[in-house]
Design a binder for this molecule. Structure first.
Ligand code: TRP
Length: 457
């Protein structure tokens, strides 16, 4: 089969732009919405430590593998896998990885855009003073009302999808880079502003203690499971996003140090988001472990009690929306790049079609919060839970596992040495042990643990 070698249209204009783009992909709802509430539910410090271990020993090597494969193949993940399997004489079945990635991207974006739509809605709500000195009932009621209203959710979901598609349609340099150049620096500034606000509002010591005091009593096997899933999600691993972005990386950039920078930035944002959120929660005597509502109920409530809360609350939701947009565009890249190169299609058309598909699929998630809330036909899960769990607990870990195995054991060592710029044999050994043994075993263990209940119950 002929493989298009006229690969992807673009190149990042510098190594630094790739770092920003990949960090833009990594930093998203996963860091600002999920990480704090998961840490809150899982006892804080102990979870944070386990999460850091997963990021270092599993996340980082898998990200290196993805970027390396992408840059070597210089095509969409599907064609990159085709090329590399041919070149290294491996089975063409590995290409399945690329297809699974495209599917996972569509599934994730379909619900990601719904939740990001809530954040867009909350920009207006907060700015309009909805939460000023509000009671807990008002905060809970506002969130419930949004969830009960399919039309409103569909609208915000559509707005978010339109922004994403507009950026994606403009291409790598005019769309992705242009958005990233603006959003990422702004995002860091906003985050620091919020952190400052949180520190000055009191409760910081308590927030800090919650994030960093280890309490082994609350750690169980599920903690590892959740931490590993979170590490995959937050680093955008396992579905070819980093492979697609890696295809645009200049040949002379050092992958190891680049990936390290991205991982550190992503972790910094997650920890900073926790440190910004928890003190506000504590100082208002609210509950940290209350789940997904932490960002949409507890936090607005907390802002509402503080001086200039409406202003800083608005800033917060602008921050979340920016972070979500730069992640959403990255979710589309594996699919878009493939259709564009395979069928010589116009990028803008592909972007609009993909956006339409994801929006339609997202309706299933919208309805899972209201009219289908009790419809649980899929192993006792509703539509949203099914899509979320299928992508996050199955497709991403499986994808990541296979990517690491391929990069370490199927790709010729000479390619790895050249791509990673390694001359030292000890470094190669470290790479094979961590990337080829520890990371895959870690993922596999978690994977078995997730799937086991399905077969034994
Ligand atoms: N990492 C993003 C977040 O934390 C979400 C995301 C973007 C993603 N691209 C991905 C998750 C690819 C998994 C795979 O919000």
């Amino acid at each position: 089969m002929a493989i298009s070698t006229q690969a992807t249209e673009g190149r990042w204009s510098s190594r630094w732009l790739f770092v920003l783009a990949a960090a833009g992909s990594a930093v998203g709802l996963g860091n600002i919405w999920k990480f704090p509430y998961i840490a809150g539910e899982n006892g804080g410090g102990a979870f944070v430590l386990i999460y850091l271990v997963c990021v270092a020993f599993v996340g980082a090597p898998i990200m290196i593998s993805e970027v390396m494969l992408g840059r070597k193949g210089r095509a969409s993940p599907i064609n990159t896998m085709r090329k590399l399997t041919q070149q290294s004489g491996a089975s063409s079945r590995w290409t399945f990885l690329g297809w699974m990635g495209v599917t996972a991207g569509v599934l994730i974006l379909s619900y990601y855009a719904v939740i990001a739509g809530w954040a867009l809605n909350y920009i207006w709500l907060t700015a309009a003073g909805t939460f000023d000195a509000a009671s807990a009932q008002v905060a809970t009621g506002t969130f419930d009302q949004l969830q009960q209203d399919p039309l409103q959710m569909m609208g915000w979901h559509a707005v978010f999808m339109l922004i994403t598609i507009w950026i994606v349609a403009r291409g790598v340099s005019r769309g992705l880079e242009a958005a990233i150049r603006w959003f990422m620096p702004l995002l860091f500034v906003l985050l620091l502003v919020l952190l400052g606000y949180s520190v000055s509002s009191g409760g910081f010591a308590q927030g800090w203690a919650f994030m960093f005091d280890f309490n082994w009593a609350v750690v169980g096997p599920e903690t590892w499971l959740i931490a590993m899933g979170q590490a995959f999600f937050t680093l955008s691993l396992g579905m070819g996003t980093m492979m697609a972005y890696g295809a645009y990386v200049p040949s002379d950039s050092n992958i190891g140090s680049t990936v390290l920078t991205i991982v550190v930035l992503d972790t910094f944002v997650a920890v900073a988001a926790g440190l910004a959120i928890f003190p506000l929660v504590f100082v208002n005597g609210l509950e940290v472990g209350q789940g997904p509502g932490l960002m949409f109920v507890t936090l607005p409530l907390a802002f509402g009690q503080l001086p200039m809360g409406a202003l800083f609350g608005t800033v917060f939701f602008v921050l979340v929306s920016f972070a979500a947009i730069t992640s959403a565009i990255s979710l589309t890249e594996p699919a878009i790049a493939y259709v564009v190169e395979e069928y010589n299609a116009k990028r803008s058309r592909v972007a609009v079609s993909l956006g339409g598909i994801c929006w339609l699929l997202g309706l299933g998630t919208v309805f899972s919060f209201n009219i289908w809330v009790d419809e649980k036909p899929f192993f006792g899960l509703n539509f949203f839970e099914l899509v979320d769990q299928l992508s996050q607990n199955i497709m991403l870990p499986l994808g990541g596992l296979l990517i690491a195995l391929f990069a370490v054991w199927a790709l010729p060592q000479s390619v790895v040495r050249e791509q990673l710029d390694v001359t030292d044999d000890r470094v190669m050994l470290l790479w094979r042990v961590v990337g080829g043994v520890i990371a895959p075993l870690g993922v596999a263990a978690v994977f078995v643990y997730t799937l086991l209940p399905l077969f034994t119950s």
